[in-house]
Design a protein around this ligand. Structure first.
Ligand SMILES: [Zn+2]
Length: 204
């Protein structure tokens, strides 16, 4: 499956998700039963610090709330998962993702407010969190990505293929492959320590 790549118009911010992680993400959307779902994005920044590369995603923790048009990501188990990824790979919290079933991937005001709260949170200590929203349904989905720098509001990043901006809407030609994916059962939440290490890493 094709990967997802986004960058801001000024190329200061970006997000990259390899095809295997995108498959996993769409599989979580497909099994959500028409309810919103989501989780966190974990990974690292490129050496130039202008692109967040996703290396792991979580699904909704068991204490998440999943409504038809509402999603509250819980925290149960997330810290342990983040700690393990930090210890084993030095990968850290990058941001959030969630799914708007049968709706556009445009963030709600609540979505934006939540990201602003994360970017300003001492606990998260991650001043440029990214937000990925999947909209539509699994065979005809769209993806939009945003970065929320502290004090700067939300900036939409454009989806790009081979460096060229394209429309956010995508048809998934590999839908039949989705059900065989395994799901990581590590769930969880925001890691205070990993998030602060994230910032140290980004600042280097
Ligand atoms: Zn939303």
């Amino acid at each position: 499956m094709r990967e997802l790549s986004f960058s801001s118009d000024d190329h200061l911010f970006g997000l990259y998700i390899a095809g295997a992680h995108l498959e996993n993400l769409l599989w979580l959307c497909e099994r959500s039963g028409g309810h919103e779902t989501g989780g966190v994005l974990v990974g690292r920044y490129t050496d130039a610090h202008n692109c967040a590369v996703v290396t792991a995603i979580s699904g909704p923790s068991s204490d998440s709330y999943r409504g038809k048009t509402t999603f509250y990501r819980g925290t149960r188990g997330l810290q342990l998962w983040l700690d393990r990824l930090w210890r084993s790979k030095h990968h850290y919290y990058l941001g959030e993702w969630h799914y708007h079933p049968h709706a556009s991937a445009i963030p709600s005001l609540i979505d934006i407010r939540q990201m602003e709260a994360i970017s300003n949170s001492l606990q998260y200590n991650c001043p440029e969190p990214v937000l990925l929203i999947i909209g539509g349904h699994v065979s005809a989905w769209e993806a939009r990505a945003f970065v929320c720098p502290r004090t700067n509001g939300a900036i939409e990043m454009q989806r790009r293929v081979d460096g060229v901006a394209i429309d956010a809407f995508g048809i998934d030609e590999h839908r039949d492959e989705l059900p065989n994916l395994r799901h990581q059962h590590e769930r969880g939440n925001l890691a205070r320590r990993a998030a602060s290490e994230c910032r140290q890493d980004q600042g280097g």
